[in-house]
Each structure stands twice: as C-alpha cells, then as structure tokens.
Design a binder for this molecule. Sequence first.
Ligand SMILES: [Fe+2]
Ligand SMILES: [Fe+2]
Length: 246
Amino acid sequence: MDIDITQPVEIDDGVFWVGFDDKESGLHCNPYVLVDQGEAIFFDPGSVPHFPQVLQKLVKVVEIKQITHFVVTHQDPDLCAAIPKFEELVYGNGGSARIVAHTRASVLIAHYGVRSEFYHIDLNDWKLTLRSGRELQFVFAPYLHFPGAYMTYDPTSRILFSGDIFGAFSFDWNLYANEYYIEAMKAFHENYMPSNRILRTAMGRLDPLDIKMIAPQHGSIIKEDVRRYIDVLRELDCGDYILHQD
Ligand SMILES: [Fe+2]
Ligand SMILES: [Fe+2]
C-alpha cells in the first residue's frame, strides 16, 4: 500500500500523523493529532523550524480552534518549542487549550513563554477525560529520559503515544517500522536512556495494557508485533553514553 506522506496520514480512526519526512535530520520528529467528536488533542506538537510544515498538515484535518490539549511527554524543544506559535492561532481564533504535562516538566515548559494553563497528570490521577467521555491514561516513565516523562495510552484506539520511548535514529526513515527498526531503536535507547533497570520498570507498566500500535515521537510507528518491541527494550542494556566521555 502506498502512503502519501506529503499529506496527513490517518494511522487509525481519527488519529493522524502530521509530521514530515525530515531528510536532513537523523532524528525524525512525529507529531500526532487525535480528533474526538470535534475536540482535537495534539501530541508532542514540535519545534519552531518544523512549525510551518506541521501547521500545513494540521489544518487539513482540524480547525485550529478545535485544539483543546497539547499533550507533551516532557519539555524538550523538539516537541514543545512551537507551542506558543500554535497557541497564538488557537487563541486568535477564539479557542483555548491546556498543556498536559507532569509537574516536573511544567516548571521548564513555562520558559517557552506558553500562555495555556497546565493540566498536571500527576495531580489528576494519571488520566484525562475528553468532552465525549473518552479517557486517556498516562503511564509514568521516569528518567526516560526525563524524571517527569510519561506515555499516553488511549484505550479506545489501543494506541500508545510513547514520546521518546520506542524512538529511533532514522537516517533511512519510514513512517511504519520495517525489519531494520529494532536495531535503530536499540541504538537510540542505548545512548539516550540511562539504565536497563529504569527501562525495565516502564516496560513492566505496559504489560497490563492491550496495545495495538505504538506511536513514538522519533522514528517509525510500530503496528505489528508490538510485544516484541516491548520485550527488546525490557532486555536492553543502555546508558552506553557513559563509555563516550573522552
Ligand atoms: Fe527528549
Ligand atoms: Fe524527543
């Protein structure tokens, strides 16, 4: 099946990938938007240089004022820095939004000059209920790679929006993971994630969840054999960058 990545790609009912093929970077970024009964939830929206291309795709699937939540897995600029630019359009068109984050990340996200109020997942029972009653669940993943990092599980679509976790370096990028993805994913985690103990704890928290697809912020979407990827990370030795100190 040919996928036109110059357009938004509906990866599941009402869930769209709105990224682009960033040929110059070895660390590809993936923003996603979930549309639920007119409400749009924007996951890891992206960076300032990516803003024009992401916006161009976003407006093909939602009206900008439909965005009610920016769900950000942590405070890194590759996923947060464009929030003030999106906010300008949301509020300028009569909308309003909240930033869904862990309290530890919100302290840092504030430095981008955001105007939306925060919805702190750790103070709200690790879930968010949308207007329709649909519930998103948050899975705490501390130190992967930030103390307040987390993943979002949507029980309706059974998609796990995983942030940096399950990401990969991607010099040869595909929207969906192929047979080479496990090695690329391992290399990324060996460098970025601090230890097997920490990774193993987060993988254990995924065990009770019925996951159909993993949508990471870097690399490719995993839609087949999801458990295999979880098991690879469960066993992976990481924190390799300690060997590169000279
Ligand atoms: Fe990050
Ligand atoms: Fe990232």
